[in-house]
Design a binder for this molecule. Sequence first.
Ligand SMILES: *Cc1c(COP(=O)(O)O)cnc(C)c1O
Length: 375
Amino acid sequence: MAGPRLRPVLDRLAAFRAGVVPSAEAAPHLMGDNETPYPPPDAVLAAIAESAGRVNRYPDLAAAQLTAEIAKATGEPEERIALGAGSGALLQVLFQAVADQDAEAVIGWRSFEVYPLFADLAGVRAVKVPLREEKHDVPAMLEQISERTRLVIVCQPNNPTGTVLTTAEVEQLMTAVPADCLVALDEAYHEYVRDPQAADGLHLQRRWPNLVTLRTFSKAYGLAGLRVGYLLGDPGVVARLRAASLPFSISSTAQAAAIAALRVRDQLMERVERTVAERGRLRAALLEQGWPIPRSEANFLWLGLGEASGAFVRRCAERGIVVRGFPGEGVRVTVGTRADNDAFLAACEAWLKESGDQAGDPGAQGRAVSVREEK
Ligand SMILES: *Cc1c(COP(=O)(O)O)cnc(C)c1O
């Protein structure tokens, strides 16, 4: 092919980015991207509007005010906080920061799809360790740690399965990982966790300078469209990650909105509570229908449909429901409004009826199995 010679990894990244964003008219039930279904509170909208009058000026390079507000909200000193244009941007910086020759990153798999892409882009070899019962398998991950390992990522809760590691499991991991290997807890869905046993990076990271925790304003704080995330960790690590970040990448509007969101935190956490309640209702109803759904601590559920995933995603789309399919593996559905969730339950019921009719097995157990095998 003519033209400049670029790295082949860019073609794989281009394929990932090719996904179409469905319009709200075509798909009234947007349950594919783990966003909150609720629009921003008035105070956040006002802060966004107010910031618009100043966009001829560069944003605050250090995002000092936002950093101070996050320090207040987390109880962590500012020197332990690095900001990014979404925690995705911080993940990319993490991979770049460890990308020495022969560097490897150990990740659980299936997990957040950008990890291996960022690894490839940075020239880091991603070592994928299969989940065990839809959960990170700590002993198996430890077996893959070598002198080449520079980064271990734990997605907590795991996207797309919703499972969590306990505090004891993360302690086991941290105790065994060499001190010169960075471990990142990606806690994008932290606010949705209700399991008291679940590990919490904020509480653990002081004990290990090589442990960092990633959080975001994209999910529970409802600012996915504005791109703000942060990392908590050792000041020495934080200073170097800040240095590696793209300057001015967090816009003044994003900074203003995130500050405003922290100030109406209680209001946002009420919505989170609603979503947690809906998660319970949705999962209970799906279990009742006969689907084997892992317990989720995030704002989404995992349907292990295997080879049937593509067909199921299309069936949902016909009903105006967008879900995320992972071909050959399963489908992730975001917990939406009550109406979204009811629409999804109806789609699941219809799917079972269809596949049940074909399989001729009306039993719940049989239905769950036929769900897995349906083409
Ligand atoms: C959504 C998500 C993020 C957050 O991405 P942003 O860049 O902050 O929008 C990070 N990690 C995981 C696992 C996610 O699912």
